[in-house]
Write a protein that binds this ligand. Structure first.
Ligand SMILES: CC(C)(COP(=O)(O)OP(=O)(O)OC[C@H]1O[C@@H](n2cnc3c(N)ncnc32)[C@H](O)[C@@H]1OP(=O)(O)O)[C@@H](O)C(=O)NCCC(=O)NCCS
Length: 150
């Protein structure tokens, strides 16, 4: 079922609490420090182009978000790639097309800025998120993330 009464808009500083809460409901852990660092960049970095969005109900409740990064250098947007860091929809509002709308508006916005590719990292074992990105035309890239336990 598609929700038509949901508005997508740019993320603002006042959305911090709502986003931490959605993330907590989705992941079952609270990560305010992670989001504090991300909001710091979002609000204060002069080289940071706003790309992060929220989904809001008619009565102003934030029920989903997508956060991405794109930097503007001395000579403009030098890189034609952006990253999608986090996407989350409140469990009570999932499977209503909100994640898809957030992603589509995120992509449209980046396309208008000249971006040609979006990268995101997903845990191979996170079947739900892998399926969501697959359903939205993301596929494995040729760059492999290497790691080593130390
Ligand atoms: C992934 C997520 C963003 C999807 O949001 P949503 O609003 O429920 O998704 P939509 O209703 O827009 O679905 C879009 C498409 O993805 C598919 N999809 C969504 N969730 C899916 C799932 N769990 N399994 C399989 N497919 C899924 C839908 O079938 C739909 O495809 P279709 O239109 O071809 O049927 C949401 O489930 C979520 O927040 N999950 C947790 C994400 C997470 O762990 N984030 C990291 C920290 S925030």
């Amino acid at each position: 079922m598609e929700r038509s009464n949901i508005k997508i808009r740019l993320m603002k500083a006042k959305d911090f609490d709502a986003i931490v809460k959605i993330d907590e409901r989705v992941l079952k852990v609270s990560r305010p420090e992670y989001y504090k660092a991300k909001f710091e960049k979002l609000i204060h970095s002069k080289d940071y182009v706003p790309t992060s969005l929220v989904a809001e109900t008619e009565d102003g409740k934030v029920v989903g978000f997508v956060m991405g990064e794109l930097y503007i250098g001395e000579y403009g947007i030098s890189d034609d790639k952006a990253t999608l860091d986090t996407i989350g929809v409140d469990p009570s509002y999932q499977n209503q097309g909100i994640g898809r709308r957030l992603l589509e508006e995120f992509i449209d916005h980046l396309k208008r800025l000249g971006i040609k590719r979006i990268n995101t990292l997903v845990d191979w074992n996170d079947g739900d998120l892998m399926k969501f990105f697959g359903a939205n035309h993301f596929s494995p890239s040729r760059v492999m993330n290497l790691s080593r336990n130390i």
